[in-house]
Structure formats: structure tokens, C-alpha cells
Design a protein around this ligand. Structure first.
Ligand SMILES: Cc1cn([C@H]2C[C@H](O)[C@@H](COP(=O)(O)OP(=O)(O)OP(=O)(O)O)O2)c(=O)[nH]c1=O
Length: 191
């Protein structure tokens, strides 16, 4: 069967989530500079990065398929937390998240006949984490390639007291918003 879209992502999570709603897709990883601009607001940042990923993908390949990209960041006290560089960085991030709530912003960009964008904002509350727990969690490998140094879909589920918003959005691709964009592009999940 032909793919319905091209997913501009190296994230296995995004592909899994698309499969969950039955979207046939090809994958093309794109590599862009994800450094926030000085003073850039979180919503503007994730929207810009998602749009740059889909634009670079379209510029790098000849395709008739719509191109989908996303960007997910953890926001705590207004600061953008990306992926951890090392254990020390993960300790800083997870200590900041410990015992309180933070936001997760996930932007989606879909380029077809037009450019459609959507933003999902969720709130996640962590229970208090001990230093020992944070180090042990790092050693499982799970936090290494995740924004905010945790994965809601993995072991970090035991840290999360509550979530308001979108589970799939926290995981990397908000499926409600994605389905709305796909529908605008003529791709219906439930015809
Ligand atoms: C908060 C959180 C993030 N993540 C992941 C989703 C994303 O893969 C990653 C955030 O980094 P992103 O820069 O959004 O994505 P990526 O670099 O992994 O993939 P690509 O740019 O090629 O699409 O963190 C989880 O898997 N679970 C979570 O609970």
C-alpha cells in the first residue's frame, strides 16, 4: 500500500503514534539546529522548529506526499528544557521537575497544498524524586534522547502523579491535533 504521508522525523515514538491511528507513512530524518533564539517564547520556539523540520524535509527530497513534522519541549518556570547532554544535565532537569508541575509543548507542522500548524500544551505533575532515583533512572538509558530527560510512556510513568492535556502530545505527537490537520489535507482517520 502507498504511504499517505512523509514523516520528517528520526523519533521512533512519532512513527509509533502515527501507526496507532493507522496512517501509512515513509520516514525521513532531518537534522536542524534546535537552539532557541534569545528570548524566544516556548510556543513560538516549538512551532518554529516543527516548521523548519518539515520545510527542510521538503527541500531535501522530491515528493508528492504531504510532509509531517513535530517538536516537543518541556517547559519549567518558562525555561525550555530540551534533551539532556549528560548525567549532570539530566540531574539538573529532573531535580527542577521533582515535586511540582511543568508544561509540555508539542507543535505539529503539516505541509501539503498549504502549511497547517497546531500546538498542544499539557501540564504534568511529578512526585518528589530523590537524587538516587534520578541517577538510577538515568542509568536505564530511557531519559537520554527525551525532552526534559523523561518518557511518560516508559518508566517515568511511576513519577507522574497527574497529567492534564494530551498523553500523545507529551510523548511527541499530539494525535487529536494531528488528525485535525490531516483532515484539512484530505486524509481522514475515520472516514
Ligand atoms: C517529554 C517526553 C518526550 N519524549 C521524546 C519525544 C521526542 O522524540 C523527544 C523530543 O525531541 P524532539 O526534538 O521533539 O524530537 P526528536 O529529535 O526526538 O525527533 P525528530 O526531531 O527527528 O522528530 O522527546 C518522549 O518520548 N516522552 C516524553 O514523555
Amino acid at each position: 500500500m502507498h504511504p499517505q504521508l512523509l514523516l520528517a522525523s528520526a523519533s521512533p515514538r512519532r512513527s509509533e503514534l502515527l501507526k496507532q491511528i493507522g496512517i501509512r507513512h515513509s520516514i525521513m530524518a532531518v537534522d536542524i539546529d534546535e537552539t532557541p533564539w534569545p528570548g524566544e517564547a516556548p510556543a513560538a520556539y516549538v512551532e518554529r522548529v516543527a516548521a523548519e523540520k518539515s520545510a527542510l524535509c521538503l527541500a531535501s527530497t522530491a515528493t508528492d506526499l504531504p510532509v509531517l513534522a513535530a517538536d516537543t519541549s518541556v517547559i519549567c518556570d518558562g525555561r525550555i528544557l530540551g534533551k539532556p547532554d549528560d548525567l549532570q544535565h539530566a540531574i539538573e532537569m529532573l531535580s527542577q521537575l521533582s515535586g511540582r508541575k511543568h508544561q509540555v509543548y508539542s507543535a505539529v507542522s503539516l505541509r501539503g497544498e498549504q502549511h497547517w500548524q497546531a500546538l498542544s500544551v499539557s501540564e504534568v505533575r511529578f512526585r518528589p524524586l530523590s537524587h538516587q532515583e534520578i541517577v538510577a533512572y538515568w542509568q536505564t538509558g530511557e531519559p537520554h534522547d527525551k525532552a526534559g530527560a523523561y518518557a511518560i510512556q516508559g518508566l517515568a510513568s511511576v513519577f507522574i502523579e497527574s497529567i492534564t492535556g494530551s498523553f500523545s502530545g507529551v510523548m511527541g505527537l499530539p494525535l487529536f491535533e494531528t488528525a485535525q490537520l490531516l483532515s484539512l489535507a484530505g486524509i481522514d482517520i475515520i472516514p
